[in-house]
Ligand binder design. Structure first.
Ligand SMILES: Nc1nc2c(ncn2[C@@H]2O[C@H](COP(=O)(O)OP(=O)(O)OP(=O)(O)O)[C@@H](O)[C@H]2O)c(=O)[nH]1
Ligand SMILES: [Mg+2]
Length: 228
């Protein structure tokens, strides 16, 4: 069974090499999508044995995932895992996703920090994540415990069905809507998310981030007459 781990990366030069090497050490193939970083992310990723792709303009996490998932499918992946480049995820937990896909016969596995553990998350981030959950519940009726978690896994069947059109952060809710639209079977698994000084420095304020995600969802859905 071929497992390919897709890592979208934007300005992660400080950490990308160690994150990729940890995943490679677990025995998985890795695709890094450098989303036109301003730093040396691309150069450091190329020092590893990962496949390294590059966007020539910064397109956002959703677009980077779409590029990486498409590429993983061209490598004939049976399972595609998505994994953040900023060191917030634990490579040893990838095995839980594979196990859940294989044993539970589901198409999609979603990581949940609220079923698992979170270290050092700010109260603002906690509140914005809970607000997105409520929004998602109203939109899809699904009772999920985490939506904006970049740690996910898809069978190739699911990866081919799911279309990510939202280039930036709103892709997270779009993926859930796609799961519902295509009637895919899904399961959440508990994961650990680490908030470190490094990730906190990189992260924009939760309020502005939440406003931007909401704006992307509204514009993307053409609520004010504009469609994508
Ligand atoms: N912010 C951001 N991240 C990107 C972009 N393109 C790719 N990424 C990668 O997407 C992943 C997640 O980005 P984060 O901004 O940390 O998002 P998050 O983990 O959902 O949010 P936090 O809970 O605040 O850490 C990281 O691996 C980034 O390097 C982009 O244009 N902007
Ligand atoms: Mg992060």
């Amino acid at each position: 069974m071929k497992i390919v781990v897709v890592i979208p990366a934007f300005n992660e030069a400080k950490i990308i090499k160690s994150v990729v090497e940890e995943v490679l050490c677990c025995g998985y193939e890795v695709v890094v999508v450098d989303d036109c970083s301003h730093d040396s992310t691309h150069r450091f990723a190329q020092k590893t044995k990962a496949h390294v792709l590059r966007h020539y303009i910064n397109r956002g996490q959703g677009a980077a995932l779409a590029t990486g998932i498409d590429y993983a499918l061209t490598l004939s992946a049976d399972i595609v895992v998505t994994f953040d480049a900023d060191g917030q995820h634990k490579s040893e937990e990838i095995a839980l996703f594979i196990e859940a896909l294989v044993q539970n016969e589901v198409d999609v596995v979603l990581g949940s920090r609220f079923l698992g553990a979170v270290e050092n998350m700010t109260k603002f981030r906690w509140a914005s994540l809970k607000a997105s959950l409520l929004f998602m519940r109203l939109l899809t009726g699904l009772n999920l415990t985490d939506v904006h978690n970049g740690f996910r896994a898809f069978t190739s069947h699911a990866a081919k069905k799911i279309t990510i059109k939202q280039s930036r952060m709103a892709h997270a809710s779009e993926i859930i809507e796609e799961v519902v639209r295509h009637n895919l079977r899904y399961k959440e698994v508990p994961v650990t998310i680490l908030y470190t000084e490094y990730t906190k420095q990189k992260s924009e304020g939760s309020v502005s981030r939440m406003a931007r995600v909401l704006q992307e969802i509204i514009v993307g859905k053409g609520v004010f007459g504009k469609t994508k």
